[in-house]
Write a protein that binds this ligand. Structure first.
Ligand code: ATP
Length: 310
């Protein structure tokens, strides 16, 4: 087994446009490793190049330059092995309406050359909760069921790496939880490496061990989720006073604002001062505290900082 599930070097993608339109440099030279066994989030604003990158990994889009190794296999030298190591759950619900879920899984297994004796359609149908729909035509399945079937299709050849492009975009809470439970299980029990794109930063913060942020075709961050959050040392202490204060607290390195609900928001940077100093300033101003809470930066703040400055 390799240490890295994915190794990407100098990856570039230029889309040729129409006769008079300029070329589009969707990826401008990306280096990226993804550790085997991790849950890895690929984030970026619309048009950043996430789908392009995922589709290149999956062998669905041809790269213009650079090298991509999947599970140790170079995509150019060993296209078959590198494709076999990866399963993709695409964003679009592109299912043949005339196949049943069982039929769709069998066809997919055939495409990947999985011998009949090694197919596990029943287990997959059970896992994605489609056992009782196994013989229903895809056109009769709800949107949520189709999405579950797409996850099932990505798993037929037992890939080491599962790639999910916006798996929870527009799905209801119940399905979202089911998808995440399945994904966590595949990661924990089979050690499957999971790579996903999502627009829900809270979800990425909760799910992903490691995160890469791309913006306009370039990598702007790549770190553990915890380290990325640590970069943002902006804190806010929110004080609910017993009575509206006559004067606002003031001290070095704190910035106080009054909120509409009567709370006082005391903003500071953890590397400049402490919560203790902020609270002292509140006491010095003679303010009795009814309640207090803290607010800290989340992934959304990190994301905005990195993608705006670039
Ligand atoms: N087939 C194509 N031909 C020409 N340009 C393309 C093609 N596919 C993508 N692009 C362009 O490449 C850039 C990156 O697109 P991509 O779909 O990879 O971004 P994304 O980060 O996945 O965005 P989103 O979050 O909106 O799905 C965009 O400017 C897009 O318009």
């Amino acid at each position: 087994m390799t240490q890295n599930a994915i190794e990407i070097q100098g990856l570039q993608k230029t889309y040729q446009s129409g006769r008079n339109a300029p070329e589009k440099n969707a990826l401008k030279g990306i280096d990226l490793d993804v550790l085997a066994g991790s849950i890895f989030g690929l984030l970026g604003p619309n048009g950043a190049g996430k789908s392009t990158m995922i589709n290149i990994m999956a062998g669905l889009v041809r790269k213009s330059r650079g090298s991509v190794r999947i599970w140790g296999f170079d995509q150019d030298e060993n296209p078959r092995q590198s494709r076999a190591a990866i399963g993709v759950m695409p964003q679009e619900l592109n299912l043949d309406p005339f196949f049943t879920p069982r039929g769709a899984l069998e066809v997919q297994a055939g495409l990947y050359g999985v011998p009949k004796s090694q197919r596990n359609s029943d287990e997959i149908l059970d896992m994605v909760g489609l056992t009782d729909k196994a013989e229903a035509y895809a056109r009769t399945l709800s949107g949520g069921m189709r999405r579950r079937l797409l996850l099932g299709k990505a798993l037929v050849h037992a890939p080491q790496i599962l790639v999910l492009d916006e798996p929870t975009a527009g799905v209801d809470i119940e399905l979202r939880q089911m998808l995440w439970a399945n994904i966590r299980k595949l990661n924990a029990e089979r050690g499957m490496t999971i790579i996903l794109t999502t627009h829900y930063l809270e979800e990425a913060e909760e799910m992903c061990d490691e995160i890469a942020i791309i913006n306009q075709g370039s990598l702007v961050a790549r770190d553990s989720t915890a380290n990325l959050l640590r970069q943002m040392d902006a804190k806010c202490l929110v004080i609910y006073p017993m009575e509206p204060p006559k004067t606002l607290p003031s001290a070095k390195n704190i910035h106080v604002t009054r909120r509409n609900d009567g709370a006082l928001a005391i903003a500071y940077h953890a590397n400049e001062t402490t919560a203790e100093n902020a609270l002292s300033a509140v006491r010095d101003a003679g303010i009795a505290i009814r309640d207090v809470k803290t607010e800290q930066a989340d992934l959304e703040d990190v994301f905005l900082k990195l993608t705006r400055s670039a």
